[in-house]
Ligand binder design. Structure first.
Ligand SMILES: Nc1ncnc2c1ncn2[C@@H]1O[C@H](COP(=O)(O)OP(=O)(O)O)[C@@H](O)[C@H]1O
Ligand SMILES: [Mg+2]
Length: 245
């Protein structure tokens, strides 16, 4: 069974009398344990697609199944459970709560799930160690760097042991070197924990480390496979174009 199964997915925004078609009969599927990136220029619909995949937007036609569940058919309650248990979301701008410590930020999804605090603390600390910021557990996010914030956000996305990690331009607010480290971390988590990772970016260099790349353009998706295992830093000399925004 595929973890993501999409057929004839069509998405059009309608605001007053403005009609914006974004996805037009798109189809692809993703198996559990895959690591893939979706690349497309600014405005091509990457965030739209991620919001659909994450159940934040359920207004579409066609079929979009996560873990064999049709997203638009689920009740609000079941969608919340699916989003808490199965899907981890990572944003370009980290979305950490500044009045909480890094550890408390990581523990949050556990609270929402009604799990015990002791367990949340133990798992949170393990994950902070795994992503390389164990020493920031008691620190509030305002005192750490962008790369460290993204690591904390990744730990938070992982605490419920999601099957699927959705990442929307996770390196967009980071310098190139730090961005490369974050993408390497995704690859490591994919390998070590078996979590399916889907990274959306407009940065072709970062997307190229994934063994599978979906190109989003003109409302369609094209699927390609690359030689897996290249390091992001190996690619820096082969890049021609600068990022789109
Ligand atoms: N909530 C919305 N309502 C109406 N139009 C939207 C909305 N969100 C995005 N769009 C439009 O849909 C298109 C795709 O946007 P988006 O998915 O954000 O692209 P990307 O993430 O690739 O930059 C753009 O033309 C954008 O203006
Ligand atoms: Mg976007």
């Amino acid at each position: 069974m595929a973890l993501i199964e999409i057929r004839d997915l069509t998405k059009t925004y309608r605001l007053a009398n403005v009609v914006t078609p974004v996805l037009d009969h798109v189809g692809f599927s993703v198996e559990e344990g895959e690591f893939l990136s979706i690349i497309g220029p600014s405005g091509s619909g990457k965030t739209t697609l991620l919001n659909l995949l994450g159940g934040l937007d359920r207004e579409y036609t066609g079929s979009l199944k996560i873990a064999d569940k049709e997203m638009k058919a689920l009740s609000d309650r079941r969608i919340s459970t699916l989003r808490n248990r199965t899907i981890g979301f990572i944003f370009q701008s980290f979305h950490l709560l500044e009045h909480l410590t890094c550890l408390e930020n990581v523990m949050l999804p556990y609270f929402f799930a009604g799990r015990p605090t002791k367990e949340a603390q133990a798992r949170g600390r393990l994950l902070l160690e795994k992503v390389g910021v164990a020493d920031k557990a008691e620190v509030r996010p305002i005192y750490i760097s962008g790369g460290q914030k993204q690591r904390v956000a990744i730990a938070r996305a992982l605490i419920m042991q999601p099957k699927l990690l959705l990442c929307d331009e996770p390196t967009g607010n980071l310098d190139r070197e730090t961005g490369a480290q974050i993408v390497d971390l995704f690859r490591e988590l994919n390998k070590d924990l078996g979590v399916t990772v889907l990274v959306v970016t407009h940065d072709e260099r970062l997307s190229r480390v994934a063994p599978r790349i979906l190109h989003l353009a003109d409302r369609k998706i094209e699927d390609t496979r690359t030689e897996p295992g290249k390091r992001v830093t190996d690619l820096s000399s082969s890049s021609s174009a600068p990022p789109a925004d």
